[in-house]
Ligand binder design. Structure first.
Ligand SMILES: NC(=O)C1=CN([C@@H]2O[C@H](COP(=O)(O)OP(=O)(O)OC[C@H]3O[C@@H](n4cnc5c(N)ncnc54)[C@H](OP(=O)(O)O)[C@@H]3O)[C@@H](O)[C@H]2O)C=CC1
Ligand SMILES: N[C@@H](CC=O)C(=O)O
Length: 416
């Protein structure tokens, strides 16, 4: 096998960009060198000589000597323009930018297919965990039934600090930012949007379903109430932010990001701090669990490094499942979820008519109110009370599952 040398144009020299620089310096076996680095702020002190840096993206994009673009900036809109331009100019691209990927995946897949130029992004889903290439290659023929896990390091860091170390939320978030785990806009982390972007990538590579982020229900950790935390503690359970995608027996896919009650013996209960954990369930391999660091300079750079190495032997994603599973589409109205809903009287109670069944209801002027019940996933996403102030929704420990009555439209789609 011939392996090519890589001459890299690097965009971004922040947490991950600097991590990559350090990692490459310690990996002489990979014949890769960073030729030039594009950054944004002229006033910033840099750890490398000034001549390495440029503030003009075209210095990298139009340099024929730079054959690979590594995009590690924190601006998804600008990243999209850079990545698209690089691919159209025939430069292979490695990116960690899950927001940009999730928002533009159909177009970026099409550009890869028409140009034949690779775009790799292992670090964009679960940082150091080798997830994307495994879903794409190892599970290319095994029938995946579900992928489920903790895919955001910052929120797991915050929830761990609050649960294990009794730290206040604000202090835990500030520490996640200091450690370089959080996005520049941490709302992406704490509102579940970063996890949703990663779920978009997992859906494409696990099931061949290319969906827009807005099609997926995502609830973050900011609405988790004291009552929900107390409920979890009393039941001996732990709250984790879990992304889940599951193939439904009647055809279709259910997928969502929700704070979730996890039992102590469950794999995800062992995922602490900024670690991520992903469980795959497949027909032949059965259950597997990936665990590793989900954020931070070196863990993320290690996945970028692995993509660079893959480029040297001509690797590109084939998006095999898109061709295999053309019929697999999101079907939130064919799925149900068991939830705990806490609410105060001022915000108004969730509409009981939205539920397939209400299992338990508790009201207390002192402690607050809650109910537990089963609700359609699509109905939950549409519920007007879901985002009301004072309302907290946490998934109970059971997975997403097929609704008892499958909508007729989906049954027809499954037959076709
Ligand atoms: N941090 C992590 O653990 C992980 C991050 N990621 C993703 O990696 C990417 C980078 O994250 P991270 O390193 O943490 O971010 P940082 O905020 O630490 O660094 C961002 C870098 O991007 C540069 N930049 C911003 N806009 C531009 C632009 N228009 N042109 C050129 N350079 C620009 C900044 O320049 P300047 O130095 O001048 O300010 C800075 O060097 C993001 O997409 C993030 O989502 C993915 C997995 C994990
Ligand atoms: N902000 C992200 C960084 C890695 O993807 C996270 O916390 O997971």
């Amino acid at each position: 096998m011939t392996r090519t040398d890589l001459n890299i144009g690097l965009f971004g020299f922040g947490v991950v960009g600097q991590g990559l620089h350090a990692v490459l310096a310690r990996t002489p076996g990979l014949r890769a060198r960073i030729g030039r680095i594009a950054v944004k702020n002229r006033g910033k002190a840099r750890s490398l000589p000034a001549e390495v840096f440029t503030y003009d993206k075209n210095d990298l994009l139009s340099d024929p000597g730079l054959t690979v673009i590594v995009e590690l900036i924190d601006d998804a809109d600008e990243a999209y323009l850079i990545v698209k331009e690089a691919l159209l100019r025939g430069k292979a691209v490695v990116t960690a930018n899950k927001k940009m990927l999730a928002e533009h995946l159909p177009e970026l897949i099409e550009i890869q297919q028409t140009t034949g130029t690779p775009l790799l992004y292992e670090s964009a889903a679960c940082a150091s965990l080798p997830v994307i290439r495994n879903l794409e290659e190892y599970y290319d023929t095994d029938l995946l039934e579900s992928v489920e896990g903790i895919v955001n390091g910052s929120t797991n860091y915050i929830l761990t600090a609050m649960h294990r170390d009794a730290q206040p939320y604000a202090a835990a978030l500030a520490r996640a930012q200091e450690l370089g785990f959080a996005e520049s806009d941490p709302a992406l982390d704490v509102e579940g949007l970063d996890a949703r972007n990663k779920l978009v990538l997992l859906l494409a590579h696990a099931f061949g379903a290319v969906v827009a982020p807005a099609e997926l229900l995502a609830v973050g950790i900011t609405s988790i109430s004291e009552l929900a935390t107390a409920y979890a503690r009393e039941q001996g359970l732990i709250i984790k932010l879990v992304a889940e995608a599951r193939r439904l027996p009647g055809g279709g896919l259910a997928a969502a990001v929700l704070p979730t009650l996890v039992r102590p013996g469950h794999e995800l209960a062992q995922v602490h701090d900024e670690f991520n954990g992903l469980i795959t369930q497949s027909t032949f391999a059965d259950r597997q669990f990936f665990l590793g660091r989900g954020a931070g300079a070196f863990p993320t750079a290690s996945a970028v490094l692995s993509d660079l190495s893959a480029l040297t032997y001509g690797y590109r994603y084939a998006y095999k499942k898109i061709h295999q599973n053309a019929h697999l589409v999101l079907a939130p109205d064919a799925a149900e979820v068991d939830v705990l809903v806490t609410f105060d009287d001022a915000s108004g109670a969730p509409d009981r008519a939205d539920f397939v069944a209400v299992h338990q209801e508790f009201r207390s002027a002192q402690r607050g109110n809650y109910l537990t019940g089963t609700i359609g996933l699509g109905q939950l996403a549409r519920a007007s009370w879901l985002r009301a102030p004072g309302v907290c929704v946490v998934r109970l420990a059971s997975p997403l599952r097929a609704a008892v009555a499958v909508p007729a439209a989906l049954e027809e789609a499954a037959v076709a």
